[in-house]
Design a protein around this ligand. Structure first.
Ligand code: ATP
Ligand code: MG
Length: 284
């Protein structure tokens, strides 16, 4: 992990009293993921297990874009941990995909509790603008997750519409932090490049796998086509692996995937993104 600047406002947080679910919100490039990583390391002093719930489907830390990931850890991670559970949302933004976003984050929270996490820190997407549904998304996510604590990293008042009802809720602690000085902003191109690299790396170990899909529940089959990204899911709805459809008949599809065995696949879920399997480039 690179050296990070720990502002005095972070040190003033009473982390020894934090437990349950802690949701971190902020615009893109507000330093959410860096803060989350630091907070998780600190929480490891007070809890035997800590859940790192990366719910950012665009700029994912623990997994690939389009997915949300959970890692339950027991000591400060020197390297990025492997996820214990993955949920496929199917797109790189929650816009137009609000339901899988809130369902997935809740399923991962439940899994974190089952795995014994005493504190669960949720990193979120930078979608906060009211006119884009950011307020609705954060409010309903909070209603579902019932966090004890919300940490809001704010630049210039962009979170006020989200925070106004939250700060009046006596059963919620809300900490509003300024942006750390060390934060770097990324351009749209840098974000796309990062996603492309993550996909390319993920599919670098992939090979064609034939799946007889006519025996399986397939969700959003009507949008399935060449080069569509899809998830191979287990019976709990968590992702075994992602794949890219390379050929399809009415009975079977050939999927380019790192998974080697279709036997464990209980269902398929087709995403809205199309990808070039060699380059990881998103196709329109
Ligand atoms: N406290 C800090 N000290 C040093 N560098 C930081 C700090 N916070 C953030 N950065 C740097 O700023 C950049 C953006 O930070 P980060 O990825 O944490 O923000 P984010 O809000 O999660 O962004 P995104 O919208 O992409 O999810 C990163 O390169 C990170 O290393
Ligand atoms: Mg982030």
């Amino acid at each position: 992990m690179n050296a990070i600047e720990v502002p005095p406002t972070w040190k003033q947080l009473q982390i020894n009293q934090m437990a349950g679910t802690i949701v971190v919100i902020g615009q893109t490039d507000s330093g959410k993921s860096t803060f989350v990583r630091w907070l998780i390391s600190q929480l490891c002093q007070y809890h035997e297990r800590v859940g790192w719930l990366d719910a950012d489907v665009g700029q994912s830390t623990l997994g690939v874009p389009t997915t949300m990931n959970l890692a339950v850890i027991s000591e400060p991670p020197a390297q990025l941990p492997r996820p214990d559970a993955t949920f496929f949302v199917g797109a790189t933004s929650p816009r137009g995909h609000m339901l899988p976003t809130v369902v997935g984050v809740h399923k991962l929270q439940r899994r974190a509790r089952q795995l014994g996490a005493g504190a669960i820190v949720v990193d979120t997407t930078g979608l906060v603008a009211r006119e884009q549904g950011g307020g609705v998304l954060k409010h309903w996510k909070i209603a579902l997750l019932e966090p004890t604590t919300v940490v809001a990293i704010q630049r210039h008042g962009e979170l006020v519409h989200i925070l106004t009802p939250l700060v009046r809720n006596p059963s919620l602690k809300v900490h509003i932090l300024p942006i750390a000085r060390g934060v770097n902003r990324k351009t749209v191109e840098q974000r796309m490049k990062r996603r492309r690299e993550q996909f390319r790396r993920y599919f670098s170990q992939a090979a064609p796998l034939t799946i007889e899909y006519n025996r399986l529940p397939v969700y959003d089959l009507e949008q399935a086509g060449q080069r569509h990204l899809l998830a191979l899911e287990d019976r709990h709805g968590f992702t075994i692996a992602l794949g890219i459809i390379t050929a399809m008949t009415t009975r079977e599809m050939i999927v380019f995937t790192p998974a080697r065995d279709a036997a464990q696949v209980a269902r398929l879920r087709v995403g809205s993104l199309r990808l070039n399997p060699e380059t990881g480039r998103e196709m329109r």
